[in-house]
Design a protein around this ligand. Structure first.
Ligand code: SAM
Length: 307
């Protein structure tokens, strides 16, 4: 068995010992016991990625068994792709050894954020916001086990936040209507009638909490620019940001058209920078096809050279 499988097996056994609550609650107890030295994990040379993967499999198991619709985790494929776009956007800073402040306003279990932090280990300090208590506790325990520097805030991310503007935002944005109409009134993207889209408000809140010239990497519904509020969104984006890239993801990653997502990369406008010559519109090929994937990455690099 590989290291991460051995670790998963230990966590899985321990999580199931907690028969009072759900599997995810049992998993949280197991992670906390491990942190406190009360759970013996006899697996040698565990890497941060092996720890993240083992916890990820356990959380996915718990989410499959549970019935909470907001309990969703961002799969590794997206973490891998977002890491590539972050690397392209911050290549010079990362190569110069500068660290980045990254915020995820819907951090959930932290899987997406920690995939990124592990990919650039030691170069990212992060902030995460999450409204769900159990998910943020899992995110906190995982961050401690990974020894990744993360400040977590348990609150509604669309309310005022006590966080500093970040160099970059990453976010698998929650999709659907935002129930708090009073808070929505503070947003330019508040719907003129009826309830506002949470995914629109999350984009605006990201613009509020990123530095000028900073980048935002979103996983958004593929239909983002097709809704009846799309015009309002276009107007907002034109005013505040430069759209860098809109990347379609392969259909085979999703169970149906309604669940399809795209990667949207934005840059907050800055007086000292300029817009890209053209927006990168591209489609990620089937990721099993290594040659096609390598060509896709090359296309992005060429766009970056000429932008
Ligand atoms: N990237 C996360 C991960 O890897 O686990 C998953 C993100 S999931 C698609 C969206 C998350 O947004 C959910 O965990 C949900 O609880 C959270 N969420 C929804 N509305 C929120 C709000 N108003 N403020 C903060 N978090 C919110």
């Amino acid at each position: 068995m590989e290291n991460f499988e051995q670790l998963f097996s230990i966590l899985n056994t321990e999580a199931q010992k907690e028969t009072e609550g759900t599997y995810l609650e049992g998993l949280l107890v197991a992670l906390e016991k491990w942190l406190d030295g009360d759970l013996h994990v006899d697996v040698h040379n565990l890497s941060k990625e092996e720890i993240r993967k083992a916890i990820q499999i356990a959380i996915l198991k718990g989410m499959r068994e549970g019935t909470q619709p907001n309990h969703q985790m961002t799969p590794d494929t997206f973490g891998f792709l977002l890491s590539f776009f972050v690397e392209q956007s911050f290549e010079e800073q990362l190569q110069a050894g500068q660290s980045l402040n990254v915020t995820d306003l819907a951090v959930g279990t932290g899987n997406l954020l920690y995939a990124l932090m592990n990919a650039f280990d030691g170069k990212i300090e992060a902030t995460g916001v999450e409204v769900d208590e159990l998910l943020i506790q899992l995110a906190a325990a995982t961050a401690n086990l990974l020894e990744q520097p993360v400040e977590l805030h348990h609150q509604d991310a669309l309310k005022d936040l006590l966080i500093d503007p970040a160099d970059a935002i990453v976010c698998d944005v929650p999709y659907g209507y935002y129930p708090n109409e009073e808070v929505a009134l503070d947003y330019e993207l508040c719907a003129p009638e009826g309830m506002s889209y949470a995914h629109h408000l999350f984009i605006e809140q990201s613009v509020n909490y990123v530095k000028e010239g900073g980048y935002m990497f979103f996983l958004v519904p593929a239909t983002l620019f097709e809704s009846e509020q799309a015009q309002q969104l276009h107007k907002y984006l034109k005013k505040h940001v430069w759209i860098q890239s809109v990347i379609q993801l392969p259909e085979n990653l999703f169970t149906s058209r309604v669940h399809e997502k795209s990667i949207l990369v934005l840059q907050k406008k800055s007086a000292t920078m300029r817009a890209p010559k053209e927006v990168l519109l591209a489609k990620v090929p089937n990721m099993q096809n290594k040659e096609a994937l390598a060509m896709f990455f090359e296309k992005v690099r060429m766009w970056k050279e000429n932008k």
